[in-house]
Write a protein that binds this ligand. Structure first.
Ligand SMILES: [Mg+2]
Ligand SMILES: [Zn+2]
Length: 212
């Protein structure tokens, strides 16, 4: 369930993390009611390598937290899902982007497990096993349950808007994604905004304002 990299980590301090949802953040999500169950259908979104690399350089743990009820539905085995995640991590690693760990919930929505987002179980597990400072960490996702999971874990949150969701709509009182700290059209833009917000430096360069 957990894949760990061997990158050097500070051991004596709490570390910040950026938790990433998978479908719709790292890869193109399947149409409603369908699931990405084959590597051939796993399509990386633009800017993902750059976004993750920026987080690596700013010393954030990058941890994927993904609901995959396709397992409970019998559309994929855990071994197949883990192989897909290994290929995803290997592809990103070859491009210089490190994913530090991957957590997934294989359960059905009706099972009321501790891991399925918006429950914060995956984030809390990662935090306790890795010494993550949750209030200094972020959750980035393309759905409201990601924002809720992030908030339930005590993190700051960034909501990616689908092309059909406009920032105009997000200004509407009561729009669910209004509860996110940041709204952005892509992972890369969200990461730039987060690093700008946090005053992070990447290498010797300060991160400038996000450009959409
Ligand atoms: Mg998603
Ligand atoms: Zn679960």
């Amino acid at each position: 369930m957990i894949r760990t990299s061997h990158r050097y980590k500070r051991c004596c301090f709490l570390t910040r993390a950026v938790f990433l949802d998978r479908d719709g953040v790292i890869n193109q999500k399947a149409p409603e009611g369908q699931y990405v169950t084959r590597w051939e259908d796993f399509e990386f979104l633009p800017g993902v390598v750059e976004g993750i690399t920026l987080l690596n350089r700013a010393s954030y743990y990058v941890i994927v937290v993904t609901n995959q009820r396709c397992i409970a539905k019998g559309l994929m085995t855990t071994a197949e899902l883990e192989e897909m995640h290994q290929r995803m991590s290997a592809f990103l690693a070859r491009a210089g982007a490190t994913i530090d760990a991957i957590y997934y919930c294989p359960h059905e929505a009706e099972k009321f497990c501790n891991c399925r987002k918006p429950t914060p179980g995956m984030l809390l597990d990662a935090a306790s096993s890795r010494g993550i400072d949750l209030p200094a960490s972020w959750m980035i996702g393309d759905s409201d349950i990601d924002v809720e999971a992030g908030k339930n874990a005590g993190c700051k949150t960034a909501r990616l808007l689908a092309p059909t969701e406009t920032v105009d709509q997000s200004g509407r009182p009561g729009a669910p994604w209004n509860r996110a700290d940041i709204v952005a059209p892509s992972l890369l833009v969200a990461v730039r905004q987060i690093l700008h917000c946090e005053g992070a430096t990447v290498g010797s360069f300060a991160v400038g304002p996000a450009v959409t």
